[in-house]
Design a protein around this ligand. Structure first.
Ligand SMILES: [Cu+2]
Length: 164
């Protein structure tokens, strides 16, 4: 039993090391320069509203390609972007914190590495640059609770990112 556990642990840690240290494939273009990431926009609610929804609630992306997911909160409430499965199976470059939404936004912090959970206040945005490595279907959630004690996800704020 112990041996099996050790084997499993070794396997998991080898996968973790591989994910964290590998130079993601498919990044270099033929000229040798690193390809620009494809930009995707995810909105946490909509401007001025209190709906508990992601817009859009579905993305299909490709393993091995580099993406910048722009997560913005134009709504009146704080929201989260949680995608634990996707984060664990992706190579993360960095997370930029911006002071606004859209073209006038300026980065005020850059966190190098892997985001655990991203919480964004109204009027802010975050840009997560990553390469999905493992194909699969990953949930996106918002664990913020309303006064009722229900999470936003329980109220409908959920989505899916499919990695092909
Ligand atoms: Cu929320």
């Amino acid at each position: 039993m112990r041996r099996v556990c050790m084997k499993f642990l070794c396997m998991v840690s080898a996968m973790f090391i591989a994910l964290n240290s590998m130079a993601p494939m498919g990044l270099a273009s033929e000229s040798g320069k690193i390809a620009k990431p494809q930009r995707l926009i995810l909105s946490l609610g909509r401007e001025g509203d209190r709906k508990r929804l992601f817009y859009p609630d579905y993305f299909a992306i490709t393993a091995g390609k580099r993406y910048t997911l722009i997560i913005q909160n134009p709504s009146l409430d704080i929201h989260e972007f949680d995608a634990p499965g996707l984060v664990a199976s992706s190579w993360s470059s960095d997370v930029k914190v911006l002071d606004d939404i859209g073209a006038s936004a300026h980065p005020i912090a850059t966190i190098v590495g892997t985001p655990a959970e991203i919480e964004i206040r109204p009027g802010g945005s975050v840009e997560w640059t990553f390469v999905p490595v493992v194909a699969g279907r990953y949930d996106i959630l918002c664990d913020i609770e309303d006064q009722s004690g229900k999470t936003h996800t329980a109220m409908g704020m959920k989505g899916t990112i499919v990695v092909n």
